[in-house]
Unconditional design. Structure first.
Length: 480
């Protein structure tokens, strides 16, 4: 059973907890000496006060340059997972990167020592991170640290759901490790954790950030027009094209302050941040790629969008227009069919909703179709993500025709934009969203990404305007 954290510090381990941690690490050293792998993942979980804010603790406690991660869906029972550090990195590139990372995680957790599975999802042994859109994406210098497939097993993880909060400390133990030294290192790390609110966004009223497109808007309209020509010629049914807009500020962007704004404004979304070195990739994504709980899995087909209005009547009218739009319904149907086709070989049954519904977030509304499935046998959430990515909502249909067309027309390295970001636990359950409405922060520069689905009836000017609507999730915050 998890034990309660006691005084003297807000997260310091008491004597009983420290004794249990040392005993577990001694067992891990013995197991490492007997095992063929030569290492044993060991975790130790304690209960935290119900008012603990995992993301705020991580922002206040992170060391300079260390990896960190935050993943929240505020409207879903206050679900949050936030982490610090990396005891082992699981990385891969190429078309099989999902399977390779899944195999490495499975091997690492096979002999892991951990508390019984209790508490919120994401507590206990966990790996966090994401995947690039393309098999070898993220080669551009500004994506340094974001490998094509990269999950980190964190040293510190805080998980919350509802009023339950857990702290998990982790170490990879080797045969010649000193159990007492490891225990005191983890004890010291827990004692370092700080309880503090997220910083407030504090823009400089005297300086207006500079907002520039990486490519001229005319380049994007031309790319859409060329894609429509290919579609009407029968080469493919749909392709998603993205553009990059940069925000150059007078001072460094503050990831903690930006996260605070995003999670208040986009409570229905997956709000996340992945910190690697001097870079932070953050987003408020409306799109769930896959969630696995045992043999149950769910996803969300999201395609077709329009703006919101402060006037409820106008907002409802815009939503009705979207529901009746033949162009957007076609785009939505393409995504649903592909997801169902990808899940069917793995499932006893796959059930999409009969009709799309409106998914409304702060500045935009989408056509969305929830899809549920019952798996035939356990399949890692990582392998499910690999089977589904990229959906036609971010790639195209057929993918074989769309994949080479995307970089040729866009002229940019998407990196982790439109790739899966999330987490996996020791049972291979977990959750990944699609990295949309996102920005890569490097010092005072923020690179924002947004894309739209191009189909037969697409109009280049209208598609450019739709990217502007999607960019409004982050641009007003970054450019204020």
């Amino acid at each position: 059973m998890p034990v309660e954290v006691a005084t003297p510090g807000p997260f310091a381990l008491d004597a009983t907890a420290l004794e249990r941690l040392e005993a577990r690490l001694h067992r891990a050293v013995r197991r490492a000496r007997r095992g063929r792998a030569g290492q044993v993942l060991t975790t130790f979980t304690v209960t935290l006060p119900r008012d603990t804010d995992p993301t705020a603790v991580v922002i206040a406690s992170r060391r300079a340059g260390e990896p960190w991660f935050a993943f929240e869906q505020p409207a879903s029972d206050r679900a949050a997972l936030a982490t610090l550090g990396c005891v082992i990195a699981l990385e891969a590139s190429g078309p099989n990167r999902f399977a390779v990372v899944a195999d490495r995680w499975r091997a690492l957790t096979r002999d892991a020592l951990a508390d019984p599975p209790e508490g919120p999802r994401g507590s206990g042994p966990v790996a966090v991170g994401g995947f690039a859109f393309a098999p070898d994406g993220g080669a551009a210098p500004h994506w340094t640290g974001f490998a094509p497939g990269s999950l980190h097993v964190p040293e510190v993880a805080l998980a919350r759901r509802g009023d339950e909060v857990r702290l998990t400390l982790a170490a990879v133990v080797h045969p010649d490790d000193d159990a007492e030294a490891l225990a005191h290192r983890l004890e010291a790390r827990a004692a370092e954790l700080v309880r503090a609110p997220l910083p407030l966004l504090d823009p400089d009223p005297a300086v207006t950030p500079r907002v520039v497109s990486a490519m001229p808007p005319e380049h994007y309209e031309d790319a859409v027009a060329r894609a429509v020509e290919r579609i009407r010629a029968g080469a493919l049914d749909k392709v998603v094209l993205a553009r990059e807009v940069q925000v150059h500020a007078a001072a460094e962007h503050d990831p903690g302050a930006l996260l605070g704004v995003l999670r208040e404004a986009f409570r229905e979304c997956h709000v996340f941040a992945v910190g690697r070195g001097d870079h932070t990739f953050l987003a408020a994504s409306p799109e769930l790629l896959v969630r696995r709980e045992g043999l149950r899995t769910g996803t969300l087909a999201l395609a077709g969008s329009t703006r919101r209005s402060a006037d409820p009547a106008v907002d409802d009218h815009l939503g009705e227009q979207l529901l009746r739009s033949a162009k957007d319904r076609e785009e939505q149907a393409i995504v649903v069919r592909r997801i169902v086709r990808a899940l069917q070989p793995l499932s006893v049954w796959v059930t999409p909703a009969d009709e799309p519904v409106l998914a409304k977030v702060a500045n935009i509304q989408h056509l969305a179709t929830p899809i549920r499935a019952q798996l035939r046998e356990p399949v890692s959430v990582l392998e499910l993500a690999g089977a589904l990515h990229p959906t036609p909502a971010v790639g195209g249909e057929p993918l074989e025709a769309a994949a080479p067309l995307i970089p040729a027309l866009e002229g940019l390295d998407r990196g982790w934009y439109a790739g899966p970001v999330g987490w996996v636990d020791e049972h291979e359950d977990g959750e990944f969203c699609v990295a949309l409405r996102c920005a890569l922060l490097t010092g005072a520069v923020a690179r924002c990404y947004a894309g739209v689905g191009v189909v037969r009836e697409s109009d280049p000017a209208a598609e450019l305007a739709e990217t502007e609507v999607k960019l409004q999730a982050l641009l007003p915050v970054l450019a204020s």
